[in-house]
Design a protein around this ligand. Structure first.
Ligand SMILES: [Zn+2]
Length: 806
């Protein structure tokens, strides 16, 4: 959303902002929880796991130190469903201690009050019952492939107390030991170093893991599953990959990058990887990854050999993101969840730094370009600051603000600041202001204004720029207006997030001429600023505002096509090029614009620029040439663009068929299925059926087929789609999409799947009703059948959904 404001008061002074920032910071401090003891260590013993009753037996010995005189009771978080057997003083078998329970709170009364700084120790034995998905998730195979029986824990934010009594908040670090006894054929992976691994009677296995350096309790982790271990090392530190046995051949090609990433992060931060080992373990039905300290949990979507050309998210983001949390989140941890961007912003930022150092500046810009589009979408939906409780943009905006900070400070001062932040708060907690302090201590520069506008306040500058050349004065005068509006409304509690009227930042301007470039730096500090570039001896060939893309922004800058074309040819920065492509794509009848885009589509040296230009150029010869590109992403963009080429169906179908039959990339083939099915109705059915039979990484090709079915609105394929309901959740989403386009048969079949004998199919069906069917179709149908549903779990899920929609 852009709100151009035409009448601006030039020279309006930046308003003082400190009051607002300070208020926001104090408000964030308020989210830190108080308690009157210091957790030192927990020994967590678990066994007797039962998948039918989602239960186990547990015994937890807690050691803590009193933080007040006369501490007579200890308040712990403990799930209400944990059934206490005994609570005794000491390690075990001591005197029984009195307890009381209030919902998810357990109070342990000590035998006698202890003094400030004194130590208490007690042991809680219990029968653990969990609601699967809360603290622990129990997975049964349900007859599906690639899905061994397993259990995984998930603590963040406040879920670990559902499986063991603890202090479930990030601001009290402890060491711990997890001793798990698991059934024959299974393994148990947890945090820290392996103490022992013993197979006992009947094949039951007891694995003892010791996390001997302190970290936060939400990072306590346990995975129980039949797992193969693939071993690696970094400077003698074990680096292990635990995957299903059937995946063992896929593990090393994917994870072997890990030691190099550990090395890179250690060098960049100046803090060596701090933990006794690094394990990455795959589990089923996981949302992505979780940075449990020294024992990351990851989803089980391992790419195969041919999938690497499509740059799998798993390798590009997931592995380096979770790894960087071992420093940012696990070593230094946010003090409360209102400062969570310190964890997630850094973790989202760091992969871009890894790729910068491995693949160069374009790869770095490529990485943050994606963050930029995510952030713009999120900010458009709801504008929030980074450092706020429940902030919606901590990942992309966190990454972008840190990248901007690095650009502002320069590499050396930036990494010195990061080093300071990590070492000042090692094995401890931090707030947003601690990071500002670290920059101040490392560089001498107080960035309170930067923190205020980018971290404590919301939004970003929306620049409207104009440039004028004066040949007699040999100057280019650049007028920069900031047009962002502070228009957010207060919520029901009166809390309102502000957007700065003025973002203060230095900006670089580059003017191209026939005899070379001239650059100038301006300081933006007002609603309207003017930057004069001097010594421009000949007519400019281009004017680049924010050379190097140092500011997170939106830009409106009307200029001649010739300038844009020159910039597209010459500007190395990917954000800038992407912006130029967007400008040129709006100049439809302009042959110079089309020629510039065609040149970029075939000749730009980085694939992302070629792919972006291909997407807007809509010229058959350009697309034909792009289909021979070495980059799969460019070929996929070309095949996709072919589909929208009007009046060329005769040429489109053979090209799409060729890509479908012969391309080595599944992403290209998936795009080809859709384009081919839509451009050649005679072969549509055969192509779609063949695509549905073709397996591919994360079902890319089958999804292409479902997309083709939905977009062609071919209702003769509804039964075919329904027949695949047990194999892919997308089949149910396709049914829902077709129902949404008016197919009553699709709606009936989807409704029937709510009574499917297989629980996971029923869950997928509910999900399809919720996400892929317009509510005005879904709601009346669910209301009509909710009372007749066969299975209680589905009845409950449908009732919950209807309640939510009410
Ligand atoms: Zn993360």
């Amino acid at each position: 959303m852009r709100l151009p404001q035409l009448l601006l008061v030039a020279g309006l002074a930046a308003r003082p902002l400190a009051a607002q920032a300070n208020a926001e910071r104090i408000a964030n401090d308020r989210y830190t929880r108080s308690h009157d003891y210091d957790l030192i260590h927990q020994r967590i013993e678990v066994g007797n796991f039962n998948w039918d009753s989602t239960s186990f037996d547990g015994r937890v010995t807690t050691t803590l130190v009193a933080r007040r005189a006369g501490l007579d009771s200890v308040i712990l978080d403990a799930g209400a469903k944990l059934v206490l057997k005994s609570v005794t003083a000491g390690r075990a078998a001591g005197a029984t201690l009195r307890t009381s329970r209030h919902g998810d709170t357990l109070v342990v009364y000590l035998a006698k009050p202890i003094g400030f700084g004194d130590t208490a120790r007690f042991t809680i034995a219990y029968h653990g019952v969990v609601e699967s998905g809360h603290g622990l998730t129990y997975i049964n195979p349900e007859g599906r492939p690639h899905r061994p029986r397993q259990i995984w824990s998930q603590g963040e934010d406040h879920d670990n107390h559902y499986w063991f009594p603890t202090y479930d908040f990030p601001n009290d670090k402890m060491t711990w030991e997890v001793v798990a006894t698991v059934p024959k054929g299974m393994n148990a992976v947890s945090n820290g170093r392996l103490v022992s691994d013993v197979v006992g009677q009947g094949g039951a296995r007891t694995v003892d893991w010791l996390q001997d350096k302190p970290s936060a309790t939400y990072l306590v982790s346990l995975i129980v599953a039949p797992l193969a271990k693939v071993h690696d090392t970094w400077r003698g530190v074990p680096v292990d990959y635990y995957v299903y046995h059937e995946d063992s051949a896929l593990a090393r090609p994917l994870y072997r990058v890990t030691p190099d990433m550990i090395d890179m992060y250690s060098r960049l931060t100046g803090v060596n990887y701090p933990w006794a080992k690094y394990a990455q373990t795959t589990v089923a039905d996981f949302f992505g990854g979780m940075e449990n300290v020294s024992a990351t949990t990851l989803v089980d979507w391992l790419p195969g050999r041919r999938d690497y050309q499509d740059r799998p998210w798993y390798l590009w983001i997931l592995i380096p993101h979770e790894l960087s949390h071992q420093w940012f989140g696990d070593y230094v941890t946010t003090e409360n969840w209102a400062n969570m961007w310190l964890n997630e912003g850094f973790a989202e930022f760091m992969p871009g730094q890894y790729w910068l150092h491995k693949q160069g500046a374009r790869a770095e810009e490529d990485y943050y370009l994606d963050e930029y589009s995510q952030f713009m979408q999120i900010d458009h939906d709801q504008r929030m600051p980074l450092a706020a409780m429940g902030s919606n943009n901590i990942y992309p905006k966190g990454a972008l603000v840190l990248e901007m900070l690095k650009h502002y400070l320069g590499e050396q001062r930036f990494w010195a600041s990061v080093h300071r932040y990590l070492t000042d708060h090692a094995f401890d907690n931090a707030t947003t202001d601690d990071m500002r302090q670290a920059v101040l201590d490392a560089t001498g520069e107080n960035l309170d204004w930067f923190w205020d506008q980018w971290i404590y306040q919301a939004g970003y500058p929306e620049f409207v720029v104009s440039a004028k050349y004066d040949s007699s004065a040999q100057t280019v005068t650049v007028v920069v207006q900031q047009t962002q509006q502070d228009s957010s409304k207060a919520d029901s509690t009166g809390l309102r997030y502000t957007t700065p009227q003025v973002f203060r930042m230095p900006v670089d301007i580059r003017v191209g001429t026939a005899t070379g470039d001239i650059t100038a730096r301006g300081e933006l500090a007002r609603r309207q600023d003017t930057v004069v570039v001097r010594g421009v001896k000949s007519t400019p060939t281009m004017v680049v505002f924010d050379d190097g893309n140092g500011i997170l922004k939106r830009l409106t800058f009307e200029q001649p096509t010739a300038w844009l074309a020159t910039q597209l040819d010459r500007d190395p920065n990917l954000w800038n090029r992407q912006w130029v492509i967007e400008q040129l794509s709006q100049r439809k009848g302009d042959t110079a614009a089309v020629a510039a885009l065609a040149r970029a589509a075939t000749k730009a040296e980085y694939f992302l620029t070629r792919a972006a230009a291909v997407g807007v150029v809509a010229e058959l010869p350009v697309l034909q040439s792009a289909m021979k590109d070495t980059s799969a992403q460019v070929r996929a963009a070309a095949v996709e663009a072919l589909g929208s080429l009007s009046g060329a169906a005769a040429q489109v179908a053979p090209l799409a068929r060729d890509a479908w039959l012969h391309d080595s990339s599944d992403a290209v083939r998936a795009a080809a299925v859709t384009t081919l099915a839509l451009s050649d109705s005679a072969s549509r059915r055969a192509v779609i059926l063949e695509a549905l039979r073709t397996t591919s990484y994360r079902d890319a090709i089958q999804i292409g087929a479902y997309r083709a079915i939905v977009r062609s609105a071919d209702t003769t394929l509804v039964d075919t789609v329904d027949a695949r309901a047990g194999e892919q959740r997308f089949a149910l989403h396709a049914l829902a999409a077709m129902a949404g386009r008016g197919s009553s048969h699709a709606l009936d079949l989807l409704t029937k799947r709510l009574d499917d004998e297989r629980g996971y199919v029923r869950r997928w069906a509910v999900e399809a009703f919720r996400f892929s069917l317009p509510r005005d179709v879904a709601q009346p149908r669910l209301q009509a059948i909710s009372a007749t549903l066969k299975f209680t779990d589905t009845r409950q899920a449908v009732a919950d959904l209807l309640q939510q929609w009410r």
